[in-house]
Design a protein around this ligand. Sequence first.
Ligand SMILES: [Zn+2]
Length: 262
Amino acid sequence: MSILLIVPIALGWFAGWIVNYLSDVLPVTRRFSQPTCPHCQSPYSLKGYLLFQPCPNGHARGIRPWIVQAAMIAASLYAWIQPPSKPGFILGFLLIVYFGVVVVIDLEHRLILHPTSVAGALLALVVGVISHGWLPSLQGGLAGFLIMFAFYLLGVWFTRVRAKRLAARGIQADDEEALGAGDVILVTVLGFLVGWPLVWLCILISILLGGIVSLFTIIALFITRGYEKNALMLFIPYGPYFIVSAYLITFFPRFVAAFVPG
Ligand SMILES: [Zn+2]
């Protein structure tokens, strides 16, 4: 084990702070504000925040900051040892930070923020152009947009049909959309990153992952008898599946080779 590994570990820890911070403030204030306790809104001191101490009123920070720190260190270490060949470690590292912010905010708030998407699009374009060239990168983004927009319209149609059926039985439907506009933008961004034609693989793997996780969730709900007929209609944040898929494609070339021969 090389002493140099201290560099990606320290950078990973730093990235964890950044991801935790952005996930705490962006969904609440939409800007780089002072983080506040989600339970009582009292502001954290800088030292208290960075050391994961409870808020002044004693509300604990919970387990998420630690999961994020651990995940960022692991991802940073891996990117250091096995950097994506063309973009290299630094761009790979920035990608990990972007991925982390999208995943945490989508899981906690079911939200993909536009400023995050704009920053992500710039980064994804730079990495995509370096990795695949201009044309495949732009084609990947366009294809990602068109495919997901079609899914989005399908989701809107499905939601309407369902609302009508429920209304006929006198039930008020929730107005949650199956697929958000944020997901369309996210896959456009990831399309720039993985390029054409891998954007197909990215979407396919996301759907497979989503299907597998949903299946296990439904089985678990059946076993614990927590299953209700509405459980199937619960909103699933798709963002994390797309991110995991794009991460695998970008950082694990052997994984891609398993799907795309030659
Ligand atoms: Zn508090």
